[in-house]
Structures are given as C-alpha cells and as structure tokens.
Design a protein around this ligand. Structure first.
Ligand code: NAD
Length: 410
C-alpha cells in the first residue's frame, strides 16, 4: 500500500458510513480505508456490497461485502477496545480518521442510555487518544508541531479571529519554521461526525449556527455533545488537527428500519398502521445522505483545522408532511388497490396509505424543531445540497421499492 493513504473510518456498516465509503473510494483512487465496526444490530456489511466493483472493477456475483481488497479492509471490533484500536494504527499506519461509529437511535437511548455513554463518549475518547498518541510519536512531522507549543497559543488566537491568512501560513508549516509542507503530508486529521441534536430544540423561528450553545436533551444528544467536547479538548490542549461536522437528520438508501422514513415505507407497504409521535408537528431539517457525504468529504479535505461546520439542507418538514409526501408517492407507485397486504380500508372511501396513520404518545423529551444554518460550509467551502426533499425522497423510495420488489425485508 505504499502509494496509498490509509485512513480509519469507523462505523461503515451503518447507514451513513455505508453510503460514504463507496462514494469516497470511487472519488479518490489513492485512499485505502480501514473500516472498524462492531456490527451491532445497526451494522450490516451487505450495505457495502458494491465495494469490490468500485475497487476491482469487477463485481462478485453476491450481495455480500468483501472483507478486504486492495483499498479496503474490514476489522470487526469495538472502538472502546484500546488494544485493538492501537493495533490498527500500528498495522496500517493510519493517516487520518473519519469517525461515524455511534449508537444513533434516540428512542434506544431513552430505554437504555448506558451503551450510548460507552460507545459515543468512551469510544470517541479511546479513538482520539490513540490517534493523538500514535501521530505524536511519529518522527519529525507531528511531534515537532506539537512540541513547538505553537498550537495552543497561536491556533486558538487564529480560531477566535477567524484569521485565514495566518491559518494558511500555519498550514504550510511556516509558522513552525518548517518550509514546504502541506497539510495533507504533514498533519493527519481527526474528523468527528456529529449531530445537530447537541444544540437542543428551537422555537418556531431561528436556526442552529456553529455558535449556538449546546443544550442536549436526550441521552443520545448528551452523549454526542460529550464526544464533541472531548474532540474539542484534544484540539485546544494538544493541538490535534480536528474537525467536527454537526449534521441534521439524514435519509436515503440503507437506513436502519427503526428510523422514521424506513418505518413509514415499510409499514405502509405492509398495510400496517404508521405511528406518528404526539401531534406530528415536530420539525426536522432533512438532508439526503449523499449530500452529507459530500459535505464530510469537503470538510475532511478543505475545512479549517479545529473548526466546526454545520451541515443541513434547508429542508424543514413536520413529521406529518413526511408521511404525507411518502404516502402520496407510494399511492402512485404501488397503488394500495393492487397491494395484497392492504386490506383495512373501506372500499367506499378513497384508498391511500395515508389512512394508515395513527397518533401514538409522544417520545419523552421530544425536541420540537431542529433547523441548520449551513452558511459557513456553503460560503467557506462551497458546499451545496444537490437534492431537495422532494427529489431525495423519490430516490429513497425507489431504493426501498427495488428491495421490496425483490422480496427482501425492508
Ligand atoms: P447507524 O446506527 O446506522 O450506524 C452506526 C454504526 O456504528 C453501525 O454499523 C454499528 O455497528 C457501529 N457501531 C456501533 N457501536 C460501535 C462500537 N462500539 N464500535 C464500533 N462500531 C460500532 O448510524 P448512522 O445513522 O450511520 O450515523 C453515523 C454517525 O452520524 C453517528 O455518529 C451519528 O451520531 C451521526 N449522525 C447521524 C445522523 C442521522 O440522521 N442518521 C445525523 C447526524 C449525525
């Protein structure tokens, strides 16, 4: 792998990671990805079955993902397992981290918060601590940078002032008296993937910016907020090259069936009632998963060190609107009249999957509204969502229908 750059990407058997890896391997032929994933209930390696085709240009005739090929290695294990994480850094000489692995479902965190603290807080600590120590020990490049003591002082000043010119000087190594080193060659980056839920809830107006104070309300949000703070502290204390992205709700192919949109599609097609929390008027800001992946790619490669970027598609929808949109599309694509599972409607009334909606008691501590101000990533890095909700949801439904038509479980 001498010409390849090896990065550790955690949690790639999950929803976002399994969309990210194929995208990334296709776009960057010079990267080798090591995927560390525990394969919890949320991880499914079949989500990565296209990887062989991308790397080798030949598809295996199987739905199963490769465990390894020239540019991808899978390691099954826990991010909390320090010995294992250390051995991965040593074996593969890891040159960067993109950290997706997490417990991610709010409802589960209400029932059983412990594993959220374990994976999201302790797991993130273990990863970043191993990364820092491994990179710090490497001869010359990073050690000099850290030992120089420059980062604690200079970079926090740079951050405060948002001073790009100084940042660029530091990036090229001049601030250290080291000439002609580019960011890529010198300073491995730790990219932490986080959520807008750390900011708490909004009223009818306003948007989350990178400056919004943290106010997590669910154990999930609190565990993600804690992990963000650990990452921040490695920046401030040790000068580690970190970036954090806080993204709004994702949707798209490969999402676990426990989440809202897959649940709506699955229940509708099965002719089962579609549960809606509370009054259905909670608002989320929806982003198509590949737009998130593109944002991560941009921030990983061009985001400013130590910075936080919010990612969101400016697509606010109430849960009721989501159900309505999905049912309208399904009514057209799989008319309930032709669906053998759909027996509950009165033959007299207009038949729509919408008839399956039922209101159920609200989730405890249910945040009312999330919405992201993505100005920073748009203006600084030129990111823009390709899909709006109406286009992204059609792609998503088509993906689930393709599975449904092959008789697979949704
Ligand atoms: P997911 O639940 O679909 O996948 C999580 C993956 O992490 C799974 O493959 C699981 O096996 C793995 N994992 C869990 N615990 C692990 C451990 N201890 N060690 C190693 N691997 C472990 O989650 P997702 O929706 O893909 O989210 C990925 C990341 O993005 C998370 O950090 C999440 O907080 C964040 N995020 C998600 C959304 C969203 O809408 N899904 C939005 C913003 C941010």
């Amino acid at each position: 792998h001498s010409t390849l750059k090896t990065i550790l990407v955690t949690g790639c058997a999950g929803f976002i990671g399994s969309n990210f890896v194929p995208y990334f391997l296709k776009k960057y032929p010079n990267y080798h990805i090591v995927n560390l994933d525990l394969l919890t209930y949320a991880g499914n390696l079949d989500n990565l079955s296209e990887i062989d085709e991308i790397v080798n240009n030949s598809a295996l005739n199987t739905n199963h993902a490769p465990l390894q090929n020239d540019r991808y290695h899978f390691v099954k294990g826990d991010i909390c397992d320090r010995k294992l994480v250390e051995s991965i850094f040593n074996k593969y000489d890891i040159q960067g981290v993109i950290h997706f692995a997490a417990e991610s479902h709010v409802d589960n965190s209400i029932k059983d918060p412990g594993v959220f603290i374990e994976t999201n807080v302790k797991g993130t600590f273990t990863l970043i601590d191993v990364a820092y120590k491994y990179w710090m020990e490497k001869p010359f490049k990073y050690r000099d940078r850290y030992l120089n003591g420059m980062l604690n002082d200079e970079c926090s000043v740079m951050n405060e002032k948002n001073d790009n010119s100084k940042f660029n000087t530091a990036r090229s190594g001049n601030a250290l008296g080291v000439q002609n080193l580019t960011l890529d060659e010198t300073v491995p980056r730790f990219h932490h993937i986080s959520t807008d839920e750390v900011y708490g809830t909004l009223g009818d107006t306003g948007l989350f910016t990178e400056e919004t104070p943290y106010a997590p309300n669910s154990p999930y949000a609190a565990s993600k907020a804690s992990s963000d703070m650990i990452v921040r502290s490695y920046r401030e204390t040790y000068g580690l090259n970190t970036v954090i992205t806080n993204c709004s709700n994702n949707y798209g192919p490969k999402q676990h069936d426990e989440k809202l949109i897959p649940t709506i599609i699955r229940k509708a097609l099965a002719g089962e009632s579609i549960p809606i929390y509370g009054d259905g008027k909670n608002i989320r800001d929806w982003l198509y998963v590949l737009d998130h992946c593109k944002g991560i790619d941009l921030v990983y490669h061009t985001g400013r060190e130590g910075n936080v970027y919010n990612i969101g598609g400016r697509n606010e929808r109430t849960n009721l609107q989501i159900v309505d949109t999905i049912c309208t599309i399904l009514d057209e694509k799989v008319p309930p009249q032709n669906n053998p599972n759909f027996t509950i409607s009165d033959p007299q009334s207009p038949i729509s999957y919408k008839d399956l909606m039922v209101f159920v008691p609200d989730r405890a501590g249910h945040d009312r509204r999330y919405a992201i101000d993505a100005t920073k990533i748009e203006n600084e890095l030129g990111w823009k969502a390709n899909e709006n909700f109406d286009s992204g949801i059609v792609k998503t439904i088509n993906w689930y229908l393709e599975k449904y038509n092959r008789g697979l479980r949704l």
